[in-house]
Design a protein around this ligand. Sequence first.
Ligand SMILES: [Zn+2]
Length: 235
Amino acid sequence: MKITLLTGRTFDFKEKFGFNIKVVKSAQAKRLTLRIDEKNHRPILTVPKYCSQNQALKFLEDNHDWMINMLARLPRSTDFSNGETISFFGQKYIILHAPLERRTYFDDGFLKVSGDSEFLHRRTMDFLKQSTLKKLSEMTVKQAKILGCRVSSVAIKDTKSRWGSCSTLGNINYNWRICMAPIHVINYLVCHEVSHLKHPDHSTAFWSCVKDLCPDYEEGRHWLKVKGKDLYKYI
Ligand SMILES: [Zn+2]
């Protein structure tokens, strides 16, 4: 197997190890290190500047069992399925495949999903994304008003690295999966991003602004850190 160690490149280790590994070359790293990228379900190998390919491969071989164990512990990716209960902005809904319906909609505790069963996952996800955009736009504008700030746009992203972002131009993006978190967590995230309209950093002033909008922000923050990754099982 041939590998070239370049920053940020992903190599096909599948043949040798049974899964992909991301290799990152780092000028700062002092030694070879491995960690698990939970969101993308793969190990990341950091390689210091002066390290041979053989050393790197030997290190991976030595840690093969560790990687397998760690990957096995991650929540498995899953599709939305008929009969499954989901949480959407703090409300529980049972997904109900309704092939005769003309559209997908919430109906009295159910999320009725039209179309063929093979598209159930896709349709559920598309519907949740659309509905999430509407809800988050409202929440965002409302909180921004309290701060006396203007939001340029609100958008939903499929990012795997962050829950939200706010640009200096006032464009706020959210990860659609946040819709399945408890409502106080969603509220915290909105307050967090909106506070960036005033403070483009994570300074003390920023956090006190978050606290004014969302007094229990620490709970929301903690939830995202600890449980947030569970929501990534939907891909
Ligand atoms: Zn932030």
